[in-house]
Design a binder for this molecule. Sequence first.
Ligand code: GDP
Ligand code: MG
Length: 174
Amino acid sequence: MEDSKRKYTFKILMLGDSGVGKTCLLQRFLENRYTDNSESTVGIDFRLHTHKLSGHLVDLQLWDTAGEERFRSVGTTYYRGAHGIILVYDTTKRETFNNIDSWLLDIQRHAAEGVNIMIVGNKCDALGQRQVSQQTAAVFAAQLHVPFFEASAKSDLNVQDIFTNMSVMIYNRL
Ligand code: GDP
Ligand code: MG
């Protein structure tokens, strides 16, 4: 019965190549805001978002990178204690999708075994600029047994769902 008062904290990381929209996705989720030039948004360690899940209070501790991702590795500290990783690529840049493999290697090296991973293809609002089909990415994610979403921080597509889904996935596997 005491269990109903439990409070959980889930550490969730944004990961993926520079420029794919990690910071914009967070900004859309946390502030329902989108700015086309988020360059100035550097140096945030993490932001908190509290919500309810099955009657429990859940603190999402959302971590964003501050540019270290340019080196395609973000260091052990970032990964420490992480429950979930949102691995983002840009649907308009094939290279950022191809680089998911090297991000998965970095995760394998530094994150806890069994960390919850999700793949997100951002900028799917950018019609006519697509370089990665939804089908290609869906097949890739299915092979890895990880959930996959296409999203847009700009047009607010699937952004809430990404974070809700991640939270539920972590909760269900506690
Ligand atoms: P980060 O380096 O992964 O944090 O990427 P940012 O969040 O800083 O986004 C880089 C740039 O991509 C932004 O300045 C926007 O111009 C653009 N961008 C981000 N999200 C979207 C989106 O959903 N759609 C489109 N069309 N552009 C986006
Ligand atoms: Mg950023």
